[in-house]
Design a binder for this molecule. Structure first.
Ligand code: HEC
Length: 192
């Protein structure tokens, strides 16, 4: 039975590549198509475009661009995931960063601030993705980082300063597990 299934999968794989060759299914993407998809921003931020923004500008854009409609007035209290933590600063960041449904609040728990920029640029506003200018994305990122007390309100974010923002889950500690000894309790806040 197992080998029959394997043989079927193998036949399918051979068959599909033969189909592609015979019937010209698929094609090489054009340089423009590759450029349009090549928008990932790494932790060093070297791929970031020029531009700048502050939390004040971001606060206005958050209303204007419809973010508030889905995420709530200041990033909480609506249908879409919360973008602002309302928990005390004294709690560990794993606790503070957890939204209502157990969702991790990105502008607080991302290991690098460039991830927040990349997410907004690539995926928001939902339904109008790709419509924000670089300045707008810098501003909205600043606003969300400010709301979560990661940066001060007047900090200007740009290609240079954004990668230097120190996220509470400093990258060195991100995902690092404490030493485990037999009988040790689970991590605080761990979802079973
Ligand atoms: C039409 C509703 C809608 C609008 C408008 C919208 N969002 Fe979202 N947003 C969502 C949903 C839904 C998700 C969760 C997406 C998922 O899980 O795939 C999300 C996710 C996010 C996240 C990641 C949340 C996390 O903690 O992982 C950020 C950041 C974000 N949105 C920012 C924005 C900003 C900034 C704007 C305005 C420019 C915006 N959103 C506009 C619905 C919306």
């Amino acid at each position: 039975m197992g080998s029959l299934r394997l043989a079927t999968i193998a036949l399918f794989l051979v068959g599909s590549s033969a189909l592609a060759q015979t019937y010209g299914v698929g094609r090489t993407p054009s340089a423009d198509e590759i450029r349009a998809m090549d928008i990932s921003i790494g932790p060093t931020g070297e791929e970031l475009p020029l531009g700048r923004g502050t939390a004040k500008e971001g606060a206005t854009l958050f209303q204007q661009k419809g973010c508030a409609g889905c995420h709530g007035k200041a990033g909480a209290g609506a249908m879409a995931p919360e973008l602002q933590s309302n928990k005390g600063q004294d709690l560990p960041v794993w606790e503070r960063g957890k939204g209502k449904s157990g969702w991790m609040i990105l502008p607080l728990t991302a290991p690098y601030a460039t991830i927040v920029w990349d997410y907004i640029h690539r995926g928001m506003p939902l339904g109008k993705e790709g419509s924000l200018t670089a300045d707008e994305v810098y501003s909205l990122t600043a606003y969300l980082l400010f709301l979560n007390k990661v940066i001060p309100e007047d900090q200007v974010l740009d290609k240079e300063s954004l990668p230097k923002v120190k996220m509470p889950m400093a990258s060195d500690d991100y995902g690092r597990l404490p030493d485990w000894k037999h009988g040790a309790p689970r991590l605080a806040g761990y979802n079973h």
